[in-house]
Design a protein around this ligand. Structure first.
Ligand SMILES: O=C(O)CCC(=O)C(=O)O
Ligand SMILES: [Fe+2]
Length: 289
């Protein structure tokens, strides 16, 4: 497998990395190009603590083997190591800015471990708003028009280490796909026009921006932005986590019963953080419509 260590930071011709004090410029970039990076949101000791919380919530028994990946959905529910992020006001300030609202409700969260040798993540949008049928929890939750990706790549994002990449300007409505590619029928991915229809997992795409970040940097992308991840070719596991919010007034009437871990979270979250769980839906990954 190719290791992509030769992939360099591109010169996009516009700024997409910002300081936490520069949130207006960050929003403009997000709106213009569909993604942005906010540098040094988390201090190093928080990055270290969150790495542990990703392990604890995602692979508590250390069962993951070489080449494997695992995603913990609703990771915020896994305990104080995860929900301590809600107490970190610089982090919450960014979310209030992104949503444009003072009153926020937890929307979705996840943590991901990609072990050495794990496969690339094929190109996709997280947004499910193109679907007319509601078949799974993603179809219910991923239809909003607020930024979708809000990730920390706690071990850094680099092409050699399973880093994230986005396609610039792919966040616009009715985007046609990169030159030389066709959209899949469900518009969730794209494929080379001379190949069969199947989400593409290659990295030779016009407009591809590989992201190079440190553990405390926040990667933000718009709801429609197409993204993928390189394979992890280092011996070190890749750890990431993301937490997203929505306007508290945006209620979502979910068709599932809140699972046990969600009920445990709602009961055990400290009272001063319960402002963020008014309308929290949790998630049932097994629900089918
Ligand atoms: O693991 C990654 O880097 C990307 C994950 C992702 O895009 C997703 O879970 O939707
Ligand atoms: Fe994604």
């Amino acid at each position: 497998m190719e290791d992509y260590s030769h992939v360099m930071k591109p010169d996009t011709g516009y700024q997409y990395e910002f300081k936490a004090g520069d949130l207006d410029a960050m929003s403009e970039c997000l709106e213009a190009h569909g993604f942005a990076v906010i540098k040094d949101v988390l201090p190093p000791e928080r990055v270290e603590a969150l790495k542990q919380a990703v392990w604890d919530g995602t692979d508590p028994d250390g069962a993951l083997a070489t080449g494997e990946s695992s995603t913990r959905h609703a990771w915020i529910e896994s305990g104080p190591g995860a929900w301590s992020l809600l107490e970190f006001e610089p982090f919450m300030d960014i979310h209030r800015h992104l949503i444009g609202m003072e009153e926020l409700t937890l929307h979705r969260s996840a943590a991901i471990i990609r072990m050495p040798g794990s496969q690339p993540v094929s190109w996709h949008t997280d947004w499910c708003g193109y679907s007319t049928e509601i078949r799974n929890s993603g179809d219910v939750l991923n239809r909003g028009l607020w930024p979708s990706g809000k990730w920390f790549y706690l071990t850094g994002s680099r092409p050699i280490h399973g880093g994230l990449c986005v396609i610039e300007d792919s966040h616009v409505k009715d985007w046609d796909g990169p030159e030389g590619f066709r959209m899949t029928a469900d518009r969730r991915s794209f494929y080379p026009e001379d190949e069969d229809e199947r989400p593409y997992a290659g990295f030779d795409i016009p407009g591809l921006v590989p992201l190079f970040t440190d553990g405390g940097d926040m990667i933000v992308f718009a709801h429609r932005t197409y993204h993928g991840a390189f394979p992890n070719r280092l011996q070190e596991p890749r750890l990431s986590c993301g937490v997203g919010f929505r306007d508290r007034r945006h209620r979502i009437d979910v068709p599932w019963v809140i699972p046990q871990s969600g009920r445990w979270f709602l009961e055990n979250l400290p009272d001063h953080l319960k402002v963020y769980t008014d309308g929290y839906t949790s998630i049932d990954m097994d629900w089918r419509g």
